[in-house]
Write a protein that binds this ligand. Structure first.
Ligand code: NAP
Length: 248
């Protein structure tokens, strides 16, 4: 008789893709736990059991996998959550647990786009060593401190939570959660007088609007390219994850 492995999946989440996967798993009765880092005050509720907070590095994650009889890990974290993704690769290797990344294609420039690429946040900060401009700094809350090295600019920040304090002296904060529209982002940037957009190459549709708005308004974009990760199985749709689960 063949042993059939009943999946018990760990979803490393915090993204639209992870949310879509959780919904499908819940609908199909696939056992899974949804893992949040705990970065935002009110994470979206999920139709699956949720755990919040770090594991304590790759070894902590390996312990969690063993202790909770996790059979598969789906790394559906953001393309810039490189530390978590590296930890997942190491922990799955150590525990011999099948791992797949559910990810999204990087954005590519279209005709009319004016993008300057930089390899990482540090290079983006360096590229802002110029006279004061009005900058839409769309990099999320975690990296704002890096840009404190360029305090001369007037920044527009769009954040999920209202920050208690900001490391930037000249900043206007808009508290909002995507998805956003091109029309709304055009209006936002026009109101702020934005001259430059700084963006991580997150990919996906929810945050693309600011790039479309920049093209419409003829604004340059400083595009921070994705971190490079070790080789891993990469899937782009929920259907592919279901297929992988049945034939890992
Ligand atoms: P990161 O730098 O790669 O992770 C730093 C540490 O945070 C990890 O080593 C891990 O701590 C913990 N962690 C990260 N994601 C986790 C998860 N899903 N569940 C449990 N612990 C997690 O990650 P990050 O860039 O801070 O991103 C944190 C979360 O925000 C992720 O869920 C990601 O999907 C989401 N997010 C990130 C971005 C972005 O631009 N980076 C944008 C949107 C959403 P331990 O080492 O202690 O396990």
């Amino acid at each position: 008789m063949t042993n059939i492995l009943i999946p018990n999946v760990l979803i490393l989440g915090g993204t639209t893709e992870a949310n879509a996967l959780a919904k499908t798993f819940a609908e199909q009765g696939i056992a899974a736990v949804y893992s949040y880092a705990g970065r935002v005050d009110n994470p979206r509720p999920q139709p699956l059991p949720v755990r919040v907070g770090g594991y304590g590095g790759s070894e902590g994650l390996a312990d969690y996998i063993r202790d909770n009889a996790i059979t598969h890990v789906v790394d559906a974290t953001h393309p810039f959550a490189a530390q978590m993704s590296r930890n997942a690769i190491e922990a799955c290797r150590a525990t011999q647990t099948p791992l797949a990344a559910l990810t999204r294609a990087a954005w590519a420039p279209q005709s009319g786009d004016n993008w300057n690429h930089v390899p990482d946040i540090a290079a983006a900060v360096e590229a802002l060593s110029c006279d004061a401009r009005r900058v839409f700094l769309a990099v999320g809350r975690m990296h704002l401190e890096d840009f404190a090295a360029q305090p001369q600019h007037i920044y527009l920040l769009r954040l999920v939570d209202d920050p208690d304090s900001l490391p930037l002296p000249n900043a206007e904060v808009v508290v909002a959660r995507g998805p956003f529209t091109e029309a709304d982002d055009c209006a936002l940037m026009q109101r702020h007088g934005t001259q430059l957009v700084v963006s991580k190459n997150a990919g996906g549709s929810g945050a693309r609007a600011k790039l479309d708005a920049a093209r419409v308004l003829g604004l340059p974009v400083l595009m921070i390219d994705r971190p490079v990760l070790p080789q891993r199985t990469e899937l782009t749709t929920v259907a592919q994850v279901l297929d992988w689960l049945s034939h890992p």
